[in-house]
Structures are given as structure tokens and as C-alpha cells.
Design a protein around this ligand. Sequence first.
Ligand code: OSB
Ligand code: MG
Length: 378
Amino acid sequence: MHIARVTLREIELPLRERFVISSGWMDVRRILLLELEDVEAVTCWSECVCGDRPNYSPETVDTAWLALREWLIPRVLESPLEGPGAVRARLDAGVQGHPMAKAAIEMGCWGLSARRADQALAERIGGTRERVPTGISIGIQDSPAALVDKARAAIDEGYRKVKLKISPGVDIDYVRAVREALGPDAVLAVDANAAYTLDDAEHLARLDPFDLVMIEQPLAAGDLVRHARLQDRLTTPLCLDESIVSVEDTEDMLALGAGRIVNIKPGRVGGFTSSIAIHDAAQAADVPVWCGGMLESGIGRAYNVALASLPNFHLPGDLSPSRRYWERDIVTPEWTMTEDGFVEVPRGTSGLGVDVDIDRIDDVTTRAETMTAARATA
Ligand code: OSB
Ligand code: MG
């Protein structure tokens, strides 16, 4: 694999509705896209999942742009790579951190290698599922009644899991209202985005009666030991998101008992190689994983759907259809959900399984820069 050119682009896509989580909110998604091209002019797009502000992770669109332009893209342009499995080591040499920026390149190389092999991305990485159960992540609402309306609409649309964002004070009453309205069969989860501390253990135990499939990331990202203490005091399984950036973090979680479920976002953990290692480590420990989302465009979604077709993805992913997020996505066809709440994994196609709508992308692009080997060595 020999990358000859990489174009960095930033686009702005307005969300259909404001998305509020405990640590911030978003009306417009700023998205960093990459277009990779190899020496034989085969191309593939990928997406970097960073947000606008460092509320979910330390990386942002602007730090990723800098890291990609200054340190990461030059590294993949400098000489041929053995294959997508070799990309992460190349990017890690001499560059600490920046897993989201690294993931955008690494996953793009997997996409490119799928195109070169004339295989669907899911097939290229060993995915086995033909369709993946779909969940929805509902942002913080102004009242329990407003949340009940959203959650009920989601169940009616067919979603197989409903995740409610919570934060201190916007939690027990909201979850109770939804459980009472939707009944015992609804698959419900909550996600705190690190808003609590271990001092809130008793308060969080008040969620136990609501039979949630998980409480996602109640404590801070670095709080593995404290998550283990909290898990000891709850019957509801904890799921880690922000805390897991590598397979080593996953091993630590397993060793400490800091959680019983892992949310894998390939864009958060540095790409597919790391995602697959996390998937395998969790599977060996009988710990289920599921694929989280970062309000991706249709390009990032293609990677998430491919990953979620691996066998240990037992729980529905945050893989909602395009129309949940955007008036118009940047791919054709847009991502859809079946009436019974599944997303179909593209098969028998080459690469991502969707076409990139370049006219649409041009319309929403705010900056772009192309780098070639010459620039990289200049
Ligand atoms: O914690 O899972 C999260 C979106 C932005 C940042 C963090 C999270 C989320 C979501 C969105 O929950 C899930 C989706 O993409 O549908
Ligand atoms: Mg989360």
C-alpha cells in the first residue's frame, strides 16, 4: 500500500436538532474528512470523529487538523506501508496521543485496501453479520415528559435500544418516567458522559430498579479504579466509553472489574486494528461490546457499520439512520433502518458500500488542503 496524496477537508453539517449531553451541546457538526489516494489513483474517504470542543475527548477538529497536517499525514506519505495493519505503528512512532486523528488515517487505509481487494469493508475485516441492530442516543431534554415523547417515538420507529443521556439532577425522574411509559420490555440504557463522581454512588444506585442494560461512563475517563468501586455497589452493568482508548485500557478494565460492557468507537480508539484487539480481548473475557457513535456523517457511519458486523458486537449500536441526524447526508444512498430496527451491512460492493456525494461535500466544505509526498518531504 503506497499513499500518494491525502486531502484534508472540514465540512459543516447542521444537525436536525440540537444534541445535548452532560458536558456540552451541538447544533452544527464540524466534521473533518480525509480523502486518501494511492499511487495507482485508487481513492477512499474517511472521517475523523473529533468534536468542536474538548468536552468529550482532549482532541478537537482543530487539534486533529494540526496533528494530521504536521505529523501524521507526512508519515504515511513518506514510503509504502505493508498494509492497513501496519499503519498504526507508523503513526505511533514519535507521536503520543491523538488517537482520533490517527484513526482517520488508519481506517481510511482499511477502506482503501478493501477497494483494492474489490471487497466490502466488512468482509475485509472479517465481519460476519448481515445486519446490525440499531439503537438511538437521545440527548438531554427539558423535562421528563419531553424525554418520554422522544423515547416513545424511537420505539415506535423500531429502534432496538434507547439510550438516554443523563447528568446530575437530570437523571432519576427522567429515567423513571421513560420506564413507566414504555414498560418493562423496552431496552433502555443511560449515558452520563463522565458527569458523576464516586460520591454519587448511592444516588446512581437509585437507577438499579429501572432494569437498564447499562450505565455508560458515569465517572471521569481516568477513573478505572473508581469505576470498579462503583460497579461493586450497583447491580446495573457499567459500560465504558471515554475510559477506553486502547486494548490496554480494556485489559485494565477487565482486570479491575471497572465495567462489564465496552462501547467501541473505532474513531476514539485509534482505528480498526485497535478496535478488533479490544473486540477480541472482550470476547475472550465474555464481555459484550457494541459500536458507539459520534454523530458521524455517512462516511464515518460506513466504518462503524462494518466494524459492528464482527461477532462479539452483541448489543445494538448507536448507528442511527442518516435522517436521524441530517436533512441531507453526504453519501448516496443514505443510511437507513429497517422497520424492525436493523441497518444492513453492505456486501458484494467494493469499499464503503455507499457513494460519496462530492457536490454535497463541496457545498458544505469550509477548508481543504491537499498533501502529497513532495510536500511531505519538503
Ligand atoms: O457518549 O456516546 C457518546 C455523541 C457525541 C459524543 C459522545 C457520544 C455521542 C452519542 C451519539 O451518544 C451517538 C450517535 O452517534 O448516534
Ligand atoms: Mg458515551
